[in-house]
Design a protein around this ligand. Structure first.
Ligand code: G6P
Length: 608
């Protein structure tokens, strides 16, 4: 989704802003722009397409000045084009914006009536004109922005410049993320941490309704209505190198290979050999955990697949009924949430608009909420009653990988913690599970050694038009994830299905052209999955079997067998997820697709 970068200080703004925008590229965008204030004049450069187009334009017509704003746009209102790209300007007021202004048509009509002339199809341009309108009335930049923002309905993070008040920059947010970075009297403002991480680690996380006035070497935070707010600065400990490719061809491949470390980091300090799980920020006592009568797990995309696996863990280990919901459905279906309901919200970014709305829905009904998030201090993490952070480090590739496997691990720890509190598992059982968790990073490392074999498989099957992924039980979500990964980055149509449902439809699709990935680890349903494999083969389908030590039994039943390390069945989804990621990655890379920034997708979907 859109990226915002703003800067005010004594250095040249353009290279700083461009660098920040480049680091936000992973969020997905279709056009970009920059505006700076130089000798009392605002100048803007915008270009459709990738940042390189904007850079070429800046080489021909550079922008000077030590105060500026930049934006990468992911189209919502109006097609991707230079005219719709941000920044938008009206009478010397220049705005970049993330989010959606729901009452923009009304405002546009009102402003057109007052003689304002609009150039773009965007909702954002309305903000610039509205501020200009109030600036003419009040003569104060700050008052004009406050008045304009208070008239907006919907979600926004904005950064605003004013030609007539050079030494100032204003930022504000309501519903879309915005973070302030500072160092030595210089200020950065951005929609995400990586944009500023190479310049500062000192960050202030803004909350909804907050308004920042940046001046010459100082900044003041207040509420939109003027009430003062005290904010604390936090030091971000992420290593900026983690947000770089480190020798890999793509971020996605690097992130797939980082999984052993990411899992180890997620476990670190939380599991004890003696049979305990400590989740410090859960903020739920044993008494509260015992009172839970019902759980919802709510998420979008890949995080929803982790949620489906979480249901298996929680129902098995803690014997509490769990419903898994897609956030955009949950928020509108009037779910039955009571004081004894716990809703887990899973989100890598912690900023997904539907998941945030689902959280608010659950809180509004007085239910308890816990977030499983990767981005520290993200909106979902902050608004939930408790949080379990996955310590996967920054995930840059749009297609989620290490965030997914660490989410599964976090959910497993939570299920153990809940089971212990409720007495449905003993500390002896817990010790065994902790032992299994400790061994997991090494097993994932071994799984990654199959990379070469999977690349070969990708070469053999990359010409297919459709793929089918089948799995049962806790492997069904992995089938869904395998299909999603392939769709997202290679644009090949793929479907994930419970293997037992194959006969109720997808079997009609099977012919010699159709590769079928079958997840078949040795577990309770292994024999049944092996039968499904025969059924596919009998219809000429090409079978890629993903299995563990049962591999030998499948000899002759599949065109290709991927033999993975065995782990206890509960944790097997972490292992089988890896070849799904690698298969999708290699197919997409071999087809020459833009793996890290697939078309039309965004890393963080901050609009509904
Ligand atoms: C987008 C991303 C997916 C991600 C989903 C949910 O669609 O492209 O990779 O799974 O959002 O994101 P979240 O940050 O809430 O996990």
């Amino acid at each position: 989704m859109c990226g915002i970068v703003g800067f005010i200080g004594s250095n040249e703004a353009t290279p700083i802003i461009l660098d920040g925008l480049r680091r936000l590229e992973y969020r997905g965008y279709d056009s970009a722009g920059i505006a700076t204030l130089n000798h009392g004049k605002v100048e803007i450069r915008r270009a459709a397409g990738k940042l390189v187009n904007l850079e070429m334009m800046l080489q021909e017509r550079p922008l000077g000045g030590s105060c500026g704003i930049g934006h990468t746009r992911w189209a919502t209102h109006g097609r991707p084009s230079e005219i719709n790209a941000h920044p938008h300007c009206a009478g010397g007021i220049v705005v970049v914006h993330n989010g959606i202004i729901e009452n923009y048509r009304f405002l546009k009509g009102m402003l057109t009536g007052k003689g304002h002339h609009f150039r773009s199809e965007t909702d954002t341009e309305v903000i610039a004109h509205l501020i200009e309108h109030h600036f003419k009335e009040t003569g104060s930049f700050e008052a004009a922005v406050r008045l304009a923002l208070s008239e907006l309905r919907g979600a926004y993070a904005v950064v605003v410049l004013c030609e007539k008040e050079p030494g100032h920059l204003i930022a504000a947010k309501s519903g879309s993320p915005l973070v302030v970075g500072h160092r030595g009297g210089e200020f950065y403002v951005a929609s995400d941490i990586p944009a500023m991480l190479s310049r500062t680690r000192e960050m202030i996380f803004l909350d909804d309704g907050e308004f920042v006035l940046f001046g010459n070497r100082d900044m003041k935070v207040s509420m939109l209505d003027g009430r003062k707010v005290r904010k604390e600065s936090k030091t971000i400990t992420w290593n900026p190198l983690l947000a770089e490719k480190g020798g890999y061809r793509h971020f996605m491949l690097k992130e797939i290979h980082e999984q052993p470390r990411a899992i180890a980091d997620t476990l670190a300090g939380r599991i004890q050999e003696k049979g305990e799980v400590q989740l410090e920020e859960l903020h739920l006592t044993d008494v509260e955990l015992r009172r839970i009568e019902k759980l919802f797990i709510v998420a979008c995309g890949t995080s929803w697949h982790a949620a489906l696996i979480g249901k298996f863990f929680i129902e098995k280990l803690a014997r509490v009924p769990v419903d898994v919901d897609i956030a955009s459905e949950f928020r509108y279906r009037d779910p039955i949430v009571t004081g004894n309901t716990l809703t887990l919200l899973i989100s890598q970014s912690g900023e997904t608009a539907d998941t945030l709305a689902a959280l608010r829905e659950a809180k509004g009904k007085k239910g308890k909420t816990v977030a499983v998030c990767n981005v520290v201090e993200s909106s979902i993490a902050r608004e939930s009653d408790g949080v379990i952070y996955t310590h996967a480090g920054p995930e840059i590739g749009v297609a989620s990988t290490k965030a997914f496997t660490t989410q599964i691990v976090a959910l497993y720890m939570f299920a153990i913690r809940l089971g212990l509190a409720r007495g449905t598992i003993s500390s002896g059982q817990c010790r065994g599970m902790i032992h299994d968790l400790q061994a997991l990073p090494e097993k994932v490392e071994k799984t990654l050694m199959q990379d070469g074999a999977i690349e070969e498989a990708a070469r053999a099957y990359m010409g297919a038009k459709d793929f089918l992924f089948l799995g049962r039980g806790n492997q069904y979500p992995i089938a869904l994830e395998g299909a999603l990964k392939l769709k997202e980055i290679s644009y090949i149509h793929a479907e994930g299905y419970p293997a037992g449902e194959m006969k109720h439809g997808p079997i009609a699709l099977i012919d010699e052209q159709m590769p079928v990935v079958i997840l078949a680890p040795r577990n309770e349903t292994f024999e049944k999955v092996a039968s499904n494999m025969e059924e596919v083969r009998a219809r000429g389908g090409r079978v890629i079997a993903v299995t563990d030590h049962a591999g030998e039994e499948l000899t002759g039943k599949a065109d290709l067998i991927l033999n993975l390390p065995a782990v206890p069945d509960d944790l097997m989804p972490v292992i089988t997820a890896v070849p799904m990621q690698l298969l999708a990655y290699h197919v997409a890379a071999l087809l020459g697709k833009d793996v890290d920034q697939p078309r039309n997708l965004a890393k963080s979907v901050t609009v509904e």
